[in-house]
Ligand binder design. Structure first.
Ligand SMILES: [Mg+2]
Length: 368
C-alpha cells in the first residue's frame, strides 16, 4: 500500500460558551482546526485533525499546521502508511521539531492501519482496558462565583472532574479555588490549572493558601525548574502539562519525582505513536494521565477516545470530549458524552467519517 495523496481542510469551530479564557488574559472564541486525509493506492483513506489552542498556548499555531504539512507531505508520497515507525522516522528526517505538524499524518496512518486490519485503533494500541472513559470539564477563567456556577452546571451534566482555569492574580485565584471547592460535592475532583501563569512566588503563595483543600495543582509556572520547586513545597497532587512535550521530558520528570499526573496531549507529542510510548512509560512508572489534546472537534475527540480506552482505568485520570465544547460537527461516528463519560468507536480505524459538505474545498492537496 502506498500514500498517493495528502489533503488538508481548514474549518472554524465556534465555542458553545462564546469564549474560552485562561491565564495571562488569553482567550479564543473560534478555533481554527485542520482536517487531514491520506489517500492510498488501495482506496483506503485515513483521517485526522489538529487544532492548536490559539498561538500563545504552546509552540504551535493553526497556520503552522498547514504550512508544515505543505513542507512534509510531498516527501511522504509513496510510503506505506501502515509502516508507522518508518513514516515517523521519515517525518523526523525531513522536518526537525514541529511535532504537532506530524501528529495528523501519524494519526491518519493509524486510521488506515486499523481499516486495513479491520480493527479499531484502540485495539491496535493495546485493547479495551476500559469502556467508560471519565471526562473532565475545563472551567473558563471568570469571577470565583461565575466559575463555581459553571462547574455546578457541568456537574449537572454528569462531569465529576473539573479543571479550573486560574493563573491570574494570585489573591483572586485563591478565591476561585476556595469558592469552587466549597460549591462542589466531595465526589468532584478539582484541578487548579495555572497554565504557566504564576511566578514562582505567586505559585508558592497560592499553593500554601489552598494547602488544606482537596485539590490538584497543575502547571503553576512556565519553567520546569519553577514547577519542580513548587512541587517540592506542596503536598497537593501535582500535574505537569505544558513542560512535558517529549519522552525525554517525561523521563527527566519521572527521575525528579516532579509530578503525579501528566496531561498527555496527542498532537503536542507528535501523534499516537509517540503518545503511546509516553502512555506506556507512565503506566510502567505509576504516573496517571489526562489523555487529551490542545483542542479540536469530532476527529480529535475520537483520537483521544481510542488512546484513553486502551489505557488502564487506574492510570487514566481523565480525558476530554472537545466536540461538546463547539457548535459545529465535522465528522460522523465521533464519541458522544454520556453521564460525564465517553467511549471509542468499535469500527475499524478511528471509526469516524468527515463531513465533507461541511469542510468544503481542501486548502492543501499534494498528490503523486
Ligand atoms: Mg493544562
Amino acid at each position: 500500500m502506498k500514500i498517493t495523496a495528502i489533503k488538508a481542510w481548514k474549518v472554524d469551530l465556534p465555542l458553545r460558551e462564546g469564549r474560552y479564557s485562561w491565564s495571562n488574559d488569553n482567550f479564543v472564541e473560534v478555533f481554527d482546526s485542520t482536517v487531514v486525509s491520506i489517500e492510498t493506492d488501495e482506496g483506503i483513506r485515513g483521517y485526522a485533525e489538529c487544532c492548536p489552542l490559539g498561538a500563545s498556548y504552546l509552540p504551535a499555531y493553526a497556520n503552522g499546521v498547514r504550512t508544515g504539512l505543505a513542507e512534509i507531505a510531498p516527501k511522504l508520497l509513496g510510503y506505506d502508511p501502515r509502516d508507522l515507525g518508518v513514516v515517523n522516522r521519515r517525518m523526523d528526517q525531513v522536518l526537525r521539531g514541529h511535532a504537532y505538524v506530524k501528529a495528523p499524518i501519524d494519526i491518519a496512518c493509524w486510521d488506515i492501519l486499523g481499516k486495513a486490519a479491520g480493527l479499531p485503533v484502540y485495539q491496535l494500541l493495546g485493547g479495551a482496558e476500559q469502556d467508560d472513559i471519565a471526562l473532565y470539564r475545563a472551567i473558563s477563567q471568570d469571577t470565583p462565583e461565575a466559575m463555581a456556577a459553571s462547574a455546578l452546571r457541568y456537574h449537572g451534566e454528569g462531569y465529576r472532574k473539573f479543571q479550573l482555569k486560574v493563573g491570574g492574580e494570585s489573591h483572586t485565584d485563591i478565591e476561585r479555588i476556595r469558592v469552587c471547592r466549597k460549591a462542589l460535592e466531595p465526589d468532584s475532583i478539582l484541578v487548579a490549572d495555572a497554565n504557566t501563569g504564576w511566578t514562582r512566588h505567586a505559585a508558592a503563595r497560592v499553593a500554601d493558601a489552598v494547602g488544606s483543600l482537596d485539590i490538584y495543582i497543575e502547571q503553576p509556572c512556565l519553567r520546569y525548574e519553577d514547577c519542580l520547586s513548587i512541587r517540592r513545597r506542596t503536598a497537593r497532587p501535582f500535574v505537569l502539562d505544558e513542560v512535558i512535550a517529549t519522552p525525554d521530558d517525561l523521563l527527566r520528570a519521572m527521575a525528579d519525582d516532579a509530578m503525579d499526573v501528566i496531561n498527555l496531549k496527542i498532537s503536542k507529542v507528535g501523534g499516537l505513536t509517540k503518545a503511546r510510548l509516553m502512555r506506556d512509560l507512565c503506566v510502567n512508572s505509576g504516573v496517571a494521565m489526562t489523555i487529551e489534546d490542545s483542542w479540536g472537534g469530532d476527529i480529535v475527540t475520537a483520537t483521544i477516545a481510542h488512546l484513553a480506552r486502551s489505557t488502564p482505568a487506574d492510570f487514566c485520570f481523565s480525558a476530554t470530549d472537545f466536540n461538546s465544547y463547539g457548535t459545529v460537527s465535522i465528522a460522523k461516528g465521533a464519541p458522544m458524552r454520556r453521564d460525564g463519560a465517553m467511549t471509542a468507536p468499535d469500527q475499524p480505524g478511528l471509526g469516524i467519517e468527515p463531513d465533507f459538505d461541511r469542510l468544503g474545498q481542501p486548502v492543501l492537496s499534494i498528490a503523486i
